[in-house]
Design a protein around this ligand. Structure first.
Ligand code: NAG
Ligand code: NAG
Length: 487
């Protein structure tokens, strides 16, 4: 042993045998002392760890001690959560699923005989994917039911001269100009015009078509691509749309190019639709009453060439904002009305042969700025042209569900502000047909209004006694058609 060491050291300096040996001895004594210290430190750390562990075990499972429910229980897989029935007053607290990090997979119990995997796709918006949420047969049943009911065009051209929000608010051209001029430089850039006008009347304006319109209307005599206040004032309020209309608008130039229908999911509905509603309740972990009082299932068909440019499913929350679903309880009239879709659950009913992805152009972007959506003539909202330039795309696979929160939390367990990152759209279908369905969970950001609405509904249900209970819970068979076009 010693010989070997000497041979080893000898290689370093064979001409100095004596001091080499002494150095070797000194080194080894230093080594053994530090080795002892290290061992002692480890030993003490080990003892402290053992004591800490014993204390932990004692306090977490000691007899008579009520264990902390959050600390001791393994979070996944969740046991099949009981579908409880909250009172008509509603809950004060909306559970929100944690994303943890992108790519995180959690197991969820949605049906008795299967454990689903739920993968986090993004945190902004909080977006999840659940493969195999629906079986192939369930997808086929939903498509058949939609076909039986009949689908209608998702977007019809708004009649000309429809009421304008600007007119309703009695804004002058100067005021409108100032609203459009986001960077306040006294001129309107193409982006500024497009940011506000590209979805007006359901016609989608692109940088190219806007230039064409400027030329056709001689709106920009100095030809610099910018509109001054003087140039802007010479245009009528819907000059762009009128110009396009006169030239003829193709379906591909609309905001969305699809057909859809609505399927009632309340009591007495087809068992697949009822099962779907229950599964969505388990998935979102929301009180069942909120899911039951939400919109019916929307089924959408995109033919080849169909698309839906990127949009938010619901609107921003201002003090004046009222929701469609709680309007009666709101007792107010305001132009700021929106659908208050807290969660969107999107089901892919078939696997699309080409295209048709769901795009989230700004998912998990570091920052979000509306004006940055159009840069160098690339409009990130344009799902016919620029789907590949956004941050995230989901391929449509039969049976998969994705869902996301359109609103942030208010920090107190209720609905907060619109999550601007929830911007999404349907990329153009290049081959085959695309069938999807949407479930939206409607919750009023004003908690008291939601509670009053739920109280009104439960009173009505109480008055309408069980024997002559009407199957048509919703008197208007198609209450939400066309609603999407103005969002
Ligand atoms: C509606 O609002 C008016 C005025 O604010 C109030 O007098 C009335 O009682 C309200 N009605 C309901 C049903 O809340
Ligand atoms: C996405 O984030 C980057 C980096 O912060 C930013 O430069 C860009 O403008 C953002 N995109 C949008 C559409 O806001």
């Amino acid at each position: 042993m010693k010989d070997e060491q000497q041979v080893g050291l000898g290689r370093l300096g064979p001409s100095l045998p004596v001091p080499r040996d002494r150095i070797h001895l000194q080194k080894s004594s230093v080594c053994s002392r530090s080795y002892f210290v290290v061992v002692m430190v480890f030993f003490h750390v080990y003892i402290i760890n053992v004591i800490a562990l014993l204390l932990y075990v004692h306090y977490n499972s000691g007899p008579g001690e009520p264990p902390d429910p959050a600390a001791g229980r393994a979070p996944e897989p969740d046991p099949l959560p009981p579908v409880s029935h909250a009172g008509p007053g509603g809950p004060l607290y909306l559970p929100r699923i944690e994303g943890i990090r992108v790519g995180h997979v959690q197991k969820v119990a949605l049906v008795p005989d299967k454990v689903h995997e739920m993968k986090t796709l993004s945190l902004k918006p909080l977006l999840f994917e659940v493969p195999g949420f629906l079986t192939e047969e369930e997808c086929q049943v939903i498509v058949q039911l939609a076909r039986l009911k009949g689908l209608t065009e998702s977007q019809v051209m708004a009649p000309e001269g429809g009421e304008e929000l600007a007119e309703e608010l009695e804004l002058s051209p100067e005021e409108i100009f100032n609203l459009l001029d986001l960077n306040q430089d006294g001129q309107l850039q193409l982006q500024e015009v497009l940011t506000h006008s590209r979805v007006r009347d359901g016609i989608w304006l692109t940088p190219d078509s806007l230039r064409e319109i400027y030329a056709g209307l001689k709106a920009d005599p100095d030809g610099n691509g910018l509109l001054s206040l003087e140039e802007f004032k010479r245009l009528s309020s819907n000059a762009f749309q009128r110009f396009l209309r006169q030239r003829g608008v193709q379906r591909s130039q609309l905001v969305r190019n699809s057909k859809h229908t609505w399927l009632y999911q309340g009591e007495g509905a087809h068992r697949v639709l009822r099962a779907l509603r229950e599964r969505v309740t388990r998935l979102t972990r929301l009180p069942p009453v909120l899911v039951e009082l939400s919109e019916p299932l929307q089924v959408v068909r995109y033919e080849r060439g169909g698309h839906y440019h990127a949009h938010h499913d619901s609107g921003p929350v201002y003090p004046e904002t009222v929701c469609h679903h709680t309007k009666l309880a709101a007792n107010a009239s305001t132009p700021f009305e929106t659908s208050c879709r807290y969660i969107t659950v999107l089901f892919y009913l078939n696997t699309v042969d080409g295209g048709g992805e769901t795009a989230f152009p700004v998912a998990d972007n570091r920052t979000y700025e509306e004006l940055s959506l159009i840069q160098n003539d690339i409009d990130l909202l344009d799902t016919r042209k620029n789907c590949d330039k956004g941050n995230l795309r989901v391929r449509p696979t039969q049976g998969t569900a994705i869902f996301w929160y359109n609103y942030l939390s208010d920090g107190k367990g209720w609905v907060g502000e619109l999550d601007e990152y929830s911007l999404h759209g349907g990329c153009v279908v290049t081959q085959g047909t695309k069938w999807v369905a949407n479930n939206w969970i409607n919750i009023d950001p004003d908690y008291r209004r939601q509670a009053r609405f739920q109280q009104m509904v439960s009173q009505q249900e109480g008055e309408r006694h069980a024997p002559n209970r009407d199957r048509n819970h919703n008197p208007d068979p198609d209450p939400h058609s066309g609603m999407h076009s103005d969002l």
